[in-house]
Write a protein that binds this ligand. Structure first.
Ligand SMILES: NC(=O)c1ccc[n+]([C@@H]2O[C@H](COP(=O)([O-])OP(=O)(O)OC[C@H]3O[C@@H](n4cnc5c(N)ncnc54)[C@H](OP(=O)(O)O)[C@@H]3O)[C@@H](O)[C@H]2O)c1
Length: 233
């Protein structure tokens, strides 16, 4: 069984790569850090996912390989801030979190593969301090849904906060923060079950859903307070 994982050098991707290697999969990884990839994966490809020409070239290279599982995990965020981000930072988030996925899939034969998208609970509302990130993940949900309704085997996963490099500098309270090992096992279980829509942890998901039912001015008040305490010093 062959598995392709983007962002396999650190965090969730690294942890999933190790998990699937242990399960006997042949693990193909993509990221920029060659030294890390070399240690973790059976085969690896060094690629900057913010460079879409580079991603297209890689996609062509991968066109002959039949992957059983493809985990589109790599993702970035800008530092949490209620400032309006510069265009260059916004574009990079959209390129890595959304467009690189299409560029990568373009030449890969994924019709018989299971496609796993790592989105985020932050996709469910326009978080005031993660303008680019929330927008990119919400667009990713829509992209995954389109493929799902086109008959592709798609698993969309929306985790809450997990302890990785992405969250280590957050200066604000992260409700229901999960350990990486726990989150990895939950993700692997979700992938095995194969359902399309998978937010977790469910308590956090239902809390967010409850907030979306509040009147807008109350919601704005709560979010404004959250935005103030959220800025990285
Ligand atoms: N941690 C959380 O709380 C959380 C919650 C919900 C969703 N998520 C999502 O889960 C996914 C993984 O997040 P994480 O927490 O594991 O992040 P992480 O620890 O920062 O790891 C990010 C991974 O993506 C790769 N990557 C980043 N930019 C890249 C680029 N330009 N080109 C190629 N690879 C790149 C990194 O590899 P290199 O640096 O070697 O390139 C690394 O392997 C992301 O999509 C994130 O949005 C995370």
């Amino acid at each position: 069984m062959k598995i392709l994982i983007t962002g396999a050098s650190r965090g969730i991707g690294e942890s999933l790569a190790k998990y699937y290697k242990h399960q006997g999969f042949e693990v193909y990884g993509i990221a920029r850090d060659e030294e890390k990839l070399k240690k973790i994966c059976d085969e690896y490809f060094v690629c900057d996912l913010s460079n879409l020409d580079e991603v297209s070239e890689l996609s062509k290279k991968l066109s002959d390989i039949k992957f059983d599982l493809i985990i589109l995990n790599a993702g970035i965020s800008t530092p949490h801030s209620s400032d309006f981000p510069p265009l260059s930072a916004f574009k990079k988030v959209i390129d890595v979190n959304l467009l690189s996925i299409h560029a990568l899939l373009e030449h890969i034969n994924f019709k018989d593969s299971k496609l796993v998208f790592i989105s985020s609970l932050a996709s469910l509302f326009g978080a005031p301090t993660s303008l680019a990130y929330s927008a990119s993940k919400r667009a990713l949900n829509s992209y995954a849904e389109s493929l799902y309704f086109a008959g592709i085997d798609v698993v969309l996963i929306m985790p809450g906060f997990i302890k990785t490099d992405m969250t280590k500098n957050h200066k604000f309270y992260m409700p229901f923060l999960m350990d990486l090992d726990d989150a990895t096992l939950r993700i692997a279980k979700i992938i095995k079950k194969g359902k399309f829509f998978n937010p977790f942890p469910l308590k956090f998901y239902y809390l967010i859903k409850l907030c979306t039912l509040m009147p807008d001015n109350l919601k704005r008040k709560i979010l404004k307070k959250y935005a103030k305490s959220d800025i990285v010093e």
